[in-house]
Design a protein around this ligand. Structure first.
Ligand code: ADP
Ligand code: MG
Length: 716
């Protein structure tokens, strides 16, 4: 395998300089190995041809055999297209091309027999295919079996590199002498123990599956390989780090904590809050730096846990900071923390982008001389000018909005790394969290404060709007408050802003006796704060808003939320939004208003919302529907790990297995060193002794796979 990663792809038959440059630019393929590991992203069954009368619009790619009847060019300039009628002998369908019009109309001849392969669409009462693959039908070589479809880019298509050309290159690659013996990338012991498909067969079947079963086995092996190295990479550093990275020791539980706990805390902590506080407390005594992810559904009381953890730092003469993703959220946190802090003599300050220069200077001084104990803010607090006398704990709220680099900057704010607590309401399934965050410990608050009733969630359509307003009206008459939320996909989308404004006017009309406030992301911070304040104080009873309220806003008196165009939101986002209600003791409602014509997946999504309020179930369902690539945060790590076959959401079992095997390898050989001189006892203790050959295989693969990755684990 080593030699294949040194062979330039341009020397492969059928490639050459020019194509090599394209492959490098577009698909990051530079070497023989790169091509071997560029797998089809899906496979189609080409063992059968369909009749046009059998097509349905929800079919994936299918093939139809027949001939072209006639070609016609339509439209002008950029709208120009080429349309062909294609018949299977009984019915007709349309085939459309928007580019390469001249070349195509010259290439295919009416009358000859072809197989077209594409996704059928139903449009204006007829079936059509856009840019299908077209092959001349060759009775001697009927298309058959599973065929891989390679990922392509627009540029490759324009340069005439099709999925078939890549398949052809892969064919040439396997025929090349260099690929006669592809060296294993997994230790022989592991291949044997887990009964995995050997590398050569697996690679071959990834490109040219001989059957569904062979493809499944090949994929499993490739996924395992990929995940094993990710886990080894993470574990290797986290173990090393666990030993080496010094952390601050907070031995004392002192006045601030005790005073708050016994005199100020207005309600008993939930069992889960207590458990998590104990976990945090234990971390802070070890002398190792804490890196803890605190997951808990919206409304479970993470802020309080964060505050009490901060008091642990304060009691040991250290400062703490809390970083929030938006100004509004920072402000809300600040209000809470300040109210609590004031009563026990702990001083909190707020620093955001809109803090005035004079106030800013004062805060800087207070941080340096230690008179400010707790700093709350947006990313303004990681600016270089912010210096602490002694930062002991950094809390990051909703961390999926922060990039890795921002976390790295926090880290530099004190000589010994401060403890880090990351809070998130995005309930990432545990296996995923382990993989994504690797060396973070995970605490979960899986209990809501007592007396909360699950939010009653209803799906409603336009023709039911009156009944929706009457439900809202009833809540308002009972003294409650309401949110009306509009989607703003892009904050600068004029159109959505217009629908928000119209919505606002409509609501003012429908509820003339109540004050309505109005918030969106394009407002000046001061105005936004003013409007928020109207709602928080209860003066405004209805808030019309975009998703800016998604995170963190806490108004327990709000008991009903109407989400307009709910079909345009993702599940996790709906869940976050819904979390704004149901914070008091009374029954709350969330009404999802949807367009009546929605697809299957969308309906499924909305129904999940009506069926459960469990954030973990919702997030799992969301990932199944959308794939983890769409989740903020995970995408970043998917890219960081360069996963090609494994799917963080779906391959939980393989992740677990890979993690276990990686753990055993490191148990038996912590540095993955080439030590032949291990004691008998060492040998007996480890359950997966690795041969010297296997150790070199692993080291080579690790070095190769993570040659460009910078050391992630050090900055989380
Ligand atoms: P989140 O986890 O979404 O950040 P918050 O920290 O905003 O949740 O808490 C939601 C609400 O629950 C707040 O009003 C908070 O004061 C309240 N709360 C937190 N812990 C408890 C508890 N143990 N008992 C009752 N209410 C609580
Ligand atoms: Mg919160």
């Amino acid at each position: 395998m080593d030699s294949l990663s040194k062979r330039d792809i341009k020397y492969l038959k059928g490639v050459g300089e020019q194509r090599a440059r394209l492959l490098a630019e577009e698909l990051d393929i530079h070497t023989f190995r790169d091509l071997l590991y560029t797998f089809p992203h899906r496979y189609v069954d080409r063992s059968r041809c369909f009749m046009i009368s059998e097509l349905t619009p929800d079919m994936p790619m299918v093939q139809v055999k027949g001939h072209f009847v006639r070609f016609s060019e339509e439209g002008e300039g950029a709208k120009k297209r080429l349309t062909a009628l294609f018949t299977d002998g009984r019915s007709m369908m349309e085939i459309v091309w928007f580019s390469r019009i001249k070349a195509i109309s010259n290439a295919y001849r009416p009358g000859d027999e072809y197989v077209v392969f594409g996704k059928p669409a139903f449009f204006r009462n007829a079936y059509s295919m856009v840019h299908p693959e077209v092959d001349r039908f060759d009775p001697a070589r009927p298309p058959h079996g599973l065929r891989g479809i390679y990922p392509l880019t627009e540029k490759l298509r324009n340069r005439q590199i099709s999925t078939r050309s890549i398949g052809k290159m892969a064919e040439n690659l396997f025929a090349n002498d260099a690929c006669r013996h592809i060296g294993e990338t997994l230790p022989a012991e592991v291949v044997k123990e887990l009964n995995l498909m050997p590398l050569h067969d697996a690679l071959f079947n990834m490109h040219f599956p001989s059957s569904h079963a062979a493809l499944a086995a090949a994929r499993e092996r490739m996924k395992f390989e990929e995940l094993l190295y990710v886990e080894l990479h993470i574990l290797r550093y986290s173990r090393e780090r666990g030993e080496k990275i010094q952390g601050l020791v907070f031995p004392r539980i002192g006045d601030a904590f005790g005073h708050f706990y016994s005199d100020v805390l207005p309600f008993p902590l939930t069992g889960a809050q207590k458990r998590v506080l104990k976990e945090i407390r234990a971390d802070m005594k070890t002398g190792r730096q804490m890196n803890r992810l605190l997951q808990g559904d919206v409304g479970c009381g993470k802020t309080l846990v964060a505050f009490m953890s901060m008091l642990m730092a304060v009691d040991n003469d250290y400062q703490a900071c809390l970083m929030a993703p938006t100004e509004i959220l920072a402000f809300q946190h600040f209000e809470n923390l300040k109210a609590w802090g004031d009563r026990i003599g702990v001083k909190a300050a707020l620093l955001t982008g809109s803090t005035r220069t004079a106030a800013r200077r004062e805060i800087h001084a207070g941080l340096r001389d230690g008179s400010i104990n707790i700093l709350v803010g947006t990313h303004a607090l990681i600016e270089d000018s912010v210096e602490f006398r002694s930062l002991g704990l950094a809390v990051i709220d909703e961390q999926h909005r922060f990039g890795v680099m921002q976390r790295a900057k926090m880290w530099k704010k004190s000589r010994i790394a401060p403890h880090v607590l990351i809070m998130t309401a995005t309930p990432i399934p545990r296996t995923l969290a382990m993989t994504v965050y690797g060396d973070l410990d995970v605490s979960v608050i899986d209990e809501l404060p007592p007396g909360r009733k699950p939010v009653d969630t209803l799906l409603r359509y336009e023709d039911q709007r009156q009944s929706v307003y009457s439900l809202v009206g009833q809540q308002l008459r009972e003294g409650r408050q309401a949110y009306i939320v509009y989607p703003l996909i892009h904050e600068n989308e004029k159109l959505s802003l217009k629908s928000l404004e119209e919505g606002y006017e409509k609501i003012c009309d429908v509820f003339p006796h109540y004050r309505v406030c109005y918030v969106h992301g394009q407002m000046k911070p001061a105005e936004k704060d003013y409007q928020m304040e109207l709602f928080v104080s209860g003066e405004a009873r209805i808030m019309v808003a975009t998703t800016v309220i998604e995170v963190g806003v806490n108004v327990p008196n709000a008991s009903v939320m109407v989400i307009e165009n709910a079909e345009r939101f993702g599940l996790s986002q709906l869940h976050q939004l819904r979390g704004r209600v149901g914070r008091g003791a009374d029954q709350s409602f969330c009404i999802l208003m949807s367009h009546p014509n929605i697809g299957k997946d969308t309906r499924k999504r909305l129904n999940i919302m009506t069926e459960t309020t469990d954030g973990f179930l919702i997030s799992e369902a969301d990932m199944k529907i959308r794939g983890p690539g769409d989740m903020e945060g995970t995408q970043q790590s998917g890219i960081a790990f360069n996963l090609r076959v494994a799917d963080l959401a779906r391959d939980g079992q393989i992740i677990q297995l890979a993690r276990e095997v990686a753990g055993r390898m490191l148990d038996s050989n912590p540095g993955l060193l080439q030590v032949e001189a291990r004691t008998r006892k060492d040998e007996e203790a480890c359950r997966l002794p690795l041969s010297p050959q296997s150790v070199s295989v692993i080291r080579r693969e690790l070095d190769f796979r993570f040659r460009h990755t910078f050391d992630w684990s050090r900055i989380s």
